[in-house]
Design a protein around this ligand. Structure first.
Ligand SMILES: [Zn+2]
Length: 263
């Protein structure tokens, strides 16, 4: 019980950190200030909602739902994304049970969850590893500034972002640099993964996909769009669009969901 309470407080503290970080971004022209703030729900209200929500799921799900995977999982993709609560927990309405091996940490970093990524890629093994960054990522924003006053734990998880931030030449508005650094981080995590899983990728056993979940309409495709920015290290949109992994999508879908803003 004590452990659960401790975990809940950690989660609350972390979400407060992440929620407060995008403040400057939200107030610098995107006009979503109302979405940034502290929850007014008490912990008991939240816990009731969690239990009741799961009961609702349990009550509505087909009784056979669990048959296929009660004895083992066969997911199709490993996803590493940010812990940010604004990124879907269950990914895009896509059926996630037994389909998505989901790993989350601040700034969607492979290095900070390498064992979990290894497990998804080597043991399950999934044929896609997706690195999913997101617009207005508080971890990227924090890494762009002075985070020396943060806890050891947070500092340890932000330090690996330094090779990303060092690519920022300081040109452009903070908002533009922040958005580019989000995409640069996705590219960096894809490159990091390609080094780890080079043999799998070169044998065609796995594809590493980099994408940005954009709830600020930075890529101009509407809030909530999923933008593919990198496949196996390829970042040029026109070349990316030809990749076989996208061949079952319509041309319109490919054109609107493949993009880049980072140099
Ligand atoms: Zn984030």
């Amino acid at each position: 019980m004590k452990k659960i309470v401790k975990k809940a407080f950690f989660a609350l503290a972390l979400s407060a950190f992440l929620a407060s970080a995008p403040m400057a971004f939200a107030s610098s022209g995107h006009g979503h200030d109302a979405a940034v703030g502290h929850t007014d729900k008490s912990p008991n209200e939240t816990m009731s909602a969690v239990i009741q929500g799961n009961n609702t799921f349990k009550g509505h799900v087909d009784p056979n739902h669990f048959d296929a995977f009660q004895d083992g999982q066969v997911p199709n993709l490993t996803v590493i994304t940010c812990s940010d609560s604004r990124v879907h927990t269950h990914l895009f309405g896509f059926e996630a049970d037994n389909n998505v091996f989901m790993i989350r940490n601040i700034g969607n970093q492979v290095a900070n969850s390498e064992g979990s990524v290894d497990y998804g890629v080597n043991h399950l093994p999934t044929k896609i590893l997706m690195i999913l960054g997101h617009s207005s990522c508080g971890a990227i924003k924090a890494a762009m500034g002075d985070y020396s006053g943060e806890t050891q734990g947070i500092k340890k998880e932000l330090d690996p972002l330094m090779p990303v931030i060092s690519q920022d030449d300081g040109n452009g508005s903070f908002k533009e640099r922040w958005a580019k650094n989000v995409e640069r981080n996705v590219d960096y995590q894809v490159d990091y993964s390609l080094k780890l899983y080079d043999a799998k990728v070169s044998h065609g056993d796995m594809v590493v996909v980099g994408a940005v979940y954009d709830f600020n309409n930075i890529y101009g495709q509407g809030r909530g769009s999923l933008i593919v920015t990198n496949i196996n290290g390829e970042k040029t949109p026109n070349i990316l669009m030809q990749h076989p992994v996208l061949k079952d999508l319509s041309k319109a879908d490919i054109v609107t969901h493949v993009s880049s803003i980072a140099p």
